[in-house]
Design a protein around this ligand. Structure first.
Ligand code: SAJ
Length: 410
């Protein structure tokens, strides 16, 4: 039974804010903390600074009810949930600086007895590191008076509010007591099974889930390149092979994006480099796919001394979201535009009103409404299977060179 009535959530991003809002919807007083003024301001107005279905209603209702607020300062609380980014460094080791910065904010507020939950995806040993880091700052506390656990998030962007409730969860404690207390807190909103283990196994479980998917997407991406060489329709090939009762091949695309699947496998590779051959190979296979797409577009634009325009359909890392982190489409659009300055690239992304920072200042790359881009372009490159793109009639594409990396228009 949960006894915690006040929670601070550090990091109000794609995971922290939904977690804060759902806890607040259960009557827990939630104080969100973020370093970005736009985020803090939006949340205090009951608004969400990014696209995630249903989240807006939760945030608006919780702010209205007075159970959710945001600030820059870490407050005192009975429990802290850390949901900050864990990017990787140039050598593929995890960058734990955001976790340490969160800990720097938490440490002075501790009185003893609090629960600190790390939700950020982390390499094996990071939760132990967080516990030691906090205890080094607060030598007056012990592992009995500071409960630290890892509770990795597993929700799918676009379905977060649903999956927070319905997905099973793994909770790994530095101590059994920490795991049990964290489990009770998550039981306030999670209706599925909450499975307890040690912190390192929980960390690995999360990394393994995303690596499993990465390896399987790499298989699909490799099949698409092989099929292209052999002049076979990979989409037909996969759908036929998937009629076997024990085969379920995923879908090829322009590469793997997002902050998770394109990142997490590296944490395993860097923890056990000699043993992680398949996982490393899958990462490299998926990372090579954007360049393959670029070559296809360049081959199309060199036909008959191309003087036209190229539409680049979709910049998000996957369908129906505005999240562009690690998006292969951004890499493809940027490299194409920079390498081909005489061609105009018309980027279409219905979920944003301005180009992301990584694409700013490239004069031959312009954010363009879909209809305008499709009308003007001679070459159309489909990178994201957004719903808006599904309805493009075949007549609109007739006579154009189409490079469809998602099999949407086949
Ligand atoms: N992709 C393909 N082909 C496919 C499936 C996906 O090319 O058949 C691409 C997508 O276009 C995208 C990338 O892979 O660029 C990742 O998309 P995704 O939908 O597979 O996953 P994410 O990154 O949105 O969310 C994943 C989920 N993990 C798993 O499915 C194992 C989610 O449950 C995790 O919570 C999330 O990572 C995370 O935060 O770790």
């Amino acid at each position: 039974m949960n006894s915690i009535k006040e929670v601070a959530v550090i990091g109000l991003g794609y995971i922290g804010l939904p977690t804060a809002a759902i806890l607040a919807s259960k009557g827990i007083i939630v104080k969100g903390v973020d370093v970005t003024p736009r985020t803090v301001e939006a949340v205090n107005k009951g608004e969400v600074p990014f696209v995630e279905p249903a989240l807006g209603d939760f945030v608006a209702a919780a702010v209205e009810a007075g159970t959710l607020s945001a600030s820059f300062e870490t407050p005192e609380a009975e429990a802290y949930i850390v949901a900050v980014p864990t990017p990787f460094n140039a050598d593929y080791t995890a960058d734990l600086s955001y976790i340490e910065a969160a800990a720097d904010g938490i440490a002075p507020k501790l009185k003893g007895g609090e629960l600190v939950i790390l939700e950020s995806t982390s390499p094996p040993g990071a939760t132990q590191h967080l516990a030691e880091y906090l205890l080094a700052k607060r030598p007056d506390l012990t592992t009995d008076s500071l409960l630290v656990a890892h509770c990795p998030e597993r929700v799918l962007p676009g379905y977060v509010m649903e999956e927070l409730v319905t997905n099973d969860r793994i909770v790994g404690g530095i101590t059994v007591e920490a795991a049990e207390k964290a489990k009770a807190l998550y039981e306030t909103f999670c209706q599925a099974a909450i499975l307890t283990t040690d912190a390192k196994t929980a960390e690995m479980a999360k990394l393994v889930e995303n690596s499993y998917r990465d390896v399987n997407i790499a298989f699909a991406n490799e099949l698409s390149v092989i099929s292209d060489r052999l002049d076979i329709d990979v989409w037909e090939l996969i759908s036929l092979a998937n009629r076997h009762p024990r085969v379920n091949i995923l879908q090829p695309g322009p590469g793997v994006g997002g902050h998770c699947i394109a990142v997490d496998p590296w944490f395993i590779v860097s923890a056990a480099p000699e043993e992680s051959n398949l996982i490393r190979m899958a990462r490299n296979t998926n990372d090579a796919k954007p360049n393959w797409v670029i070559e296809k577009v360049e081959a199309a634009t060199k036909l008959d001394s191309f003087t036209g325009k190229v539409a680049v359909m979709g910049l998000a890392f996957k369908a129906n979201i505005d999240d562009m982190r690690e998006s292969p489409s951004i890499e493809i659009a940027r490299k194409l535009a920079v390498a081909n300055p005489t061609i105009e690239f018309l980027a279409v992304e219905p979920h944003v009103e301005a180009l992301p920072k990584k694409l700013e200042g490239i004069s031959n790359l312009v954010l363009t409404p879909m209809d305008e881009a499709l009308e003007a372009a001679n070459v159309v490159t489909l990178l994201v299977d957004h719903d808006q793109f599904k309805s493009v009639p075949a007549t609109t594409l007739a006579g154009k060179e189409v490079i469809d990396t998602r099999g949407l228009w086949r």
